[in-house]
Ligand binder design. Structure first.
Ligand code: 5GP
Length: 206
């Protein structure tokens, strides 16, 4: 049986720590492919074009949407964010797993488009107070942006029923959280929906 790559959508509100956890996932498993998204927001300090994101203009982003080169996209705090079809397709066509670290709107689009090929994992902080503390702790955003992110965080958690797994990212336990996600990624390959090719017609060629 040919191993099919699974698209793991990892979502979680600002403050869930998903950026750090995804970095850890990449560190412990360099084979994990993480899609580099395109965005129209400006780079934050330390972010590198082509590594953190492909930083592009609104005009270019809209051109990509029009040409059908964006697999999913959303607008978040006034900026476009999206997954480039080329980034995703080159990985899953090789049978490799792909992580999309994206928000819930985009996660829903990918699930609708790719069905069983997608496994949704939502990452959350242990509680709302810790989530807000982490969100403010970054200290790089204005009060307006923070208010927008807090409102969005509430809306994102309401989307939890559309995800297959919910993982709590305990403070200071990035490695444990990444290990939990790795366990989910491993077991997802054995879900019935992905194994039924084996059991259907099991005795046919006896
Ligand atoms: P940030 O500006 O903090 O890097 O990202 C803001 C939000 O956009 C995060 O929730 C992040 O996961 C999400 N995001 C990043 N890339 C994409 C993408 O390609 N598509 C979608 N739908 N959301 C994304």
């Amino acid at each position: 049986m040919k191993r099919e790559g699974i698209i793991f959508v990892i979502s979680g509100p600002s403050g869930s720590g998903k950026g750090t956890v995804c970095e850890e996932l990449r560190r412990i498993n360099p084979d994990t492919a993480i899609s580099v998204s395109a965005t129209t927001r400006s780079p934050r300090e330390g972010e590198v074009d082509g590594v953190s994101y492909h930083f592009i203009t609104r005009e270019r982003f809209e051109e990509l949407i029009e040409k059908g080169e964006v697999l999913e996209y959303t607008q978040y705090n006034g900026n476009y964010y999206g997954t480039l079809r080329s980034e995703a397709e080159k990985i899953i066509s090789d049978g490799r797993d792909l992580i999309l670290e994206i928000e819930v709107d985009g996660g829903g689009q990918v699930k609708r488009l790719m069905g069983d090929r997608v496994c949704g994992i939502m990452l959350i902080a242990p509680d709302a107070a810790e989530q807000e503390k982490r969100l403010r702790g970054r200290g790089t955003e204005s009060e307006d942006v923070i208010a927008g992110r807090l409102a969005r965080a509430k809306a994102e958690i309401l989307e939890a029923p559309n995800y297959d797994y919910i993982v709590i990212n305990e403070t200071g336990k990035t490695a444990e959280c990444a290990a939990d996600i790795m366990a989910i990624m491993r077991s997802a390959h054995y879900a019935y929906s992905r194994m039924k090719e084996v059991t259907d017609g099991y005795f046919d060629n006896k």
